[in-house]
Ligand binder design. Structure first.
Ligand code: ATP
Ligand code: MG
Length: 590
């Protein structure tokens, strides 16, 4: 039944890895078991991992659907090619980082089905543990004449950087001697200068057409405590300097990032070449590859906008089931397999792509249809009385747990004189083509009997309060007489005496515009006002015991999961993850 591909489709990064392996490009690497400079790997055995990739989030927020693409790609490649993927927190920026985010990120990666503990290895790293090695690399660059301390102000440096068409101007400090640079950098580290007094810059080429090579800053003074290293350092490396070194220390072979880092690749390569010349790191060197980030319709995937949604109370928090965060998705009931399937389907390329949100929903439906057991829930109940069924009598109607998996068996639905049906399954005055209940019409109560509608009762406002029917005793599902009468409509139902009333949250898309904020307006103006509607539904009895995060298909409605935050024991609250069919692009939903 599954359409999940057995052999993953090729894409350009898989091709690169295959070619590298075929050419033995990474043979001869050594791995001591812990990240480190060349000396620490020199006597180590050959690296048993055929490739090493990494997923390097900054622990400054919750992961969103875009990160899932990077996780599936990096961990997926390692799994496919007999390598390892490192979980690395890029926590070299002393501000904004928090343990809360570290924990949430680790949980999200595991939830997606990946692990940094793999076989005999446990590759969980924090870049801030490499500060000493990074300083050693910076000091080497100074000694080798590849870095200098610049005492210009930030504005002066900006003004002399040049433009895309004009070369930059060399700093008056560019000619400082190695001894002077060494001394100044030591004093910077010793805390002798205030923030911004000096920076350390790589000495490359102020006339380079690539602005990133015009003597980029590699260290700056920041008198701030770091969550891991406390007050030990008051100089911190720039991301573009730290990242290649992190990769090299960890023996990464393929360093995969999103396209906005493409212009940084020449500096990545320049830096690692210099450090390899100085024997601080070993060849073969890691290589950077860029792919286009995931963009999805009907959501925002920028950390800044997600923060705004939370801060302005547009959602209940980062884990609001409508948020495109992985904790939100988990709470809503989305399946990790659905994300993995989506990432295979959309592939990896360098061209910008905007993925239709429906593709994600279809992937979810596909895995949920296969996985999830079926249950009955009446979301908008109206009472149906079967007038010729004896009062006080009851019987069991077996219903399969999963139509595609008979091995799961069935559960018994209690049937009796009074049942709940959906309000929309009865119409006093039916329109043409309506084949559910109306006076005189026949329909099947699924897994039970065919009933014939006789009448209804209404309140003062004309709302139907009770529907009356008679049942045809020989037509019970699963008995020889079941097919003796033909009907078009089949309805689901729950016996009133056994039903469990519960809150069900009907989530829809958070934004009603495919590209929120695209027409220059504030993206918040595109919020869908009907993105959450809570109803009191009548559920089949067994659902009372459903556990947090357990998910089911509610027949005819969609896929629903028990909310892990707001539910109480014996009082589960259900979140609608996704409807059975698309109700957006084509009107004939439901
Ligand atoms: P910011 O730059 O605002 O801090 P970020 O989304 O880049 O946010 P990181 O923690 O740096 O956050 O991301 C970790 C990894 O996830 C990076 O390798 C990044 O390239 C990747 N990533 C982030 N967003 C996407 C996306 N939309 N699609 C694919 N990969 C992404
Ligand atoms: Mg980032």
């Amino acid at each position: 039944m599954t359409k999940t591909p057995v052999t993953p489709p090729v894409h350009f990064i898989r091709n690169i890895v295959e070619a590298d392996l075929a050419a033995d490009r990474y043979a001869g690497r050594r791995w001591s078991g812990t990240p480190g400079l060349a000396v620490s790997h020199a006597e180590a055995p050959p690296d048993a991992a055929r490739i090493r990739t990494r997923f390097p989030p900054e622990p400054n927020g919750y992961l969103h659907f875009g990160h899932a693409k990077s996780i599936c790609l990096n961990f997926g490649l390692a799994r496919q090619f007999g390598g390892h993927c490192h979980m690395r927190f890029d926590d070299t920026n002393p501000e904004k980082e928090a343990q809360e985010y570290v924990d949430a990120i680790l949980a999200a990666v595991r939830w997606l089905g990946f692990d940094w503990k793999d076989g005999t290895e446990d590759n969980l790293y924090f870049a801030s543990n490499y500060f000493a090695q990074m300083l050693a690399c910076a000091e080497y660059l100074i000694e080798a004449g590849h870095a200098y301390v610049d005492s210009q102000s930030a504005e002066e440096m900006r003004a002399s950087r040049g433009t895309l068409t004009e070369a930059g101007q060399e700093s008056p400090d560019r000619g400082r001697s190695v001894a002077e640079n060494t001394e100044l950098f030591r004093r910077m580290q010793a805390g002798e200068f205030p923030d911004g007094a000096h920076v350390l810059r790589a000495k490359i080429d102020m006339a380079s057409p690539n602005i990133n090579l015009r003597d980029p800053v590699i260290y700056r003074i920041r008198h701030v405590s770091h969550h891991n290293t406390g007050d030990r350092y008051c100089v911190y490396p720039m991301y573009t300097f730290a990242h290649p070194i992190e990769d090299a220390l960890e023996n990464i072979t393929h360093s995969i990032c999103t396209l906005e880092f493409e212009d940084q690749r020449p500096f990545y390569d320049w830096l690692l070449e210099r450090l390899a010349e100085g024997r601080l790191i070993r060849r073969p060197l890691p290589k950077q590859y860029e792919f286009s980030r995931l963009n999805l319709t009907y959501v925002v995937l920028s950390k800044r906008k997600l923060i705004q949604l939370v801060a302005e109370g547009k959602v209940s928090g980062w884990d609001d089931p409508r948020m495109p965060t992985l904790i939100g998705a988990r709470r809503r009931g989305y399946a990790p397999e659905g994300f993995r399937l989506l990432m295979e389907r959309i592939g990896v390329s360098k061209s910008d792509s905007l993925i239709d949100y429906r593709l994600l929903e279809d992937c979810m439906r596909e895995v949920m249809n296969e996985k999830d057991e079926r249950r009955i829930a009446v979301l908008d109940p109206v009472k149906l009385v079967i007038t010729n069924y004896p009062e006080g009598a009851a019987e069991a109607c077996p219903a399969p747990r999963h139509p595609l998996k008979p091995e799961l068996g069935s559960r018994d639905l209690p049937f009796a004189r009074e049942v709940w049906i959906e309000r929309e399954d009865f119409r006093e005055a039916p329109v043409k083509g309506y084949n559910r209940l109306s006076p005189g019409a026949l329909a099947r109560l699924k897994y039970a009997y065919i009933v014939k509608c006789t009448d209804c009762e209404k309140d003062a406002e004309g709302n139907v309060t009770t529907v009356f029917c008679e049942y045809l005793p020989d037509t019970k599902s699963g008995t020889p007489g079941a097919d003796s009468v033909k009907v078009k409509g089949t309805l689901h139902w729950v016996a009133v005496a056994w039903a469990h009333a519960a809150e069900v949250r009907l989530y829809d898309r958070l934004f009603r515009a495919a590209a929120p904020g695209a027409n220059g307006d504030d993206f918040l103006a595109d919020i869908n006002p009907d993105s959450c509607r809570a109803v009191t539904a009548q559920l089949e009895p067994g659902l009372k015991e459903a556990r947090p995060e357990q998910r089911f298909q509610f027949e005819r409605h969609g896929y629903f999961a028990v909310d892990p935050i707001d539910s109480r024991p014996d009082a589960p609250i259900f979140n609608r993850a996704v409807t059975l069919r698309d109700s957006w692009g084509n009107a004939a939903g439901g």
